[in-house]
Design a protein. Structure first.
Length: 178
């Protein structure tokens, strides 16, 4: 099944990363790709995994619940990095890489233009699940409220379809690998 009818409706928004204005540098601003399925220890997010089929995550969604300007710690996105991540993940197959294993390889990727997830409260960014992104320091004056739940599928992506009926995310993965 491709994209049509393959999405699971969201009934929650998951965790809410809240960032407060602060003069001290944040300690969680590293480049990363959100992991989507448990590794050996389901309680240890650093062991959660990402694979070429994006098991457990169809999209990364960024919901802004407060106005976010360039000063308010917007998520930084490396434009086009999802293609590079697909190339890293392909040889790893079904097992994929852990959150930390993948994060350690991101510095080897080509440098991409950076985009900031800014906007008014109510703005939603729909991102490829392999997009490289990072939090940043908050230099504004009001707290930043956001949620970043995954959009999940009924069936994992299939990048080896005989019918060529790929969803947009599958198309982007296939394009990156060709």
């Amino acid at each position: 099944m491709s994209g049509k009818g393959n999405w699971l409706p969201r009934v929650t928004l998951g965790s809410f990363p809240i960032r407060f204005p602060c003069k001290k540098p944040a300690t969680d601003t590293g480049w990363h790709v959100d992991a989507s399925f448990p590794g050996e220890d389901a309680n240890n997010y650093f062991e959660w995994r990402v694979n070429i089929y994006s098991k457990g995550r169809a999209l990364l969604m960024l919901f802004l619940f407060s106005d976010v300007s360039e000063q308010d710690a917007p998520t930084v996105i490396r434009v086009g990095s999802h293609s590079d991540v697909a190339k890293i993940l392909e040889p790893e197959g079904e097992k994929g890489l852990s959150f930390m294993e993948l994060a350690q390889r991101l510095d080897t990727l080509p440098k991409h233009e950076k985009a900031l997830a800014t906007g008014k409260a109510g703005t939603v960014y729909l991102c490829h699940p392999f997009i490289v992104h990072a939090a940043q320091d908050h230099h504004g004056t009001t707290p930043k409220f956001m949620a970043q739940p995954p959009l999940m599928t009924k069936n994992d992506f299939n990048i080896n379809r005989s019918d060529n009926e790929y969803s947009p995310v599958e198309k982007a993965i296939v394009k990156a690998l060709n």
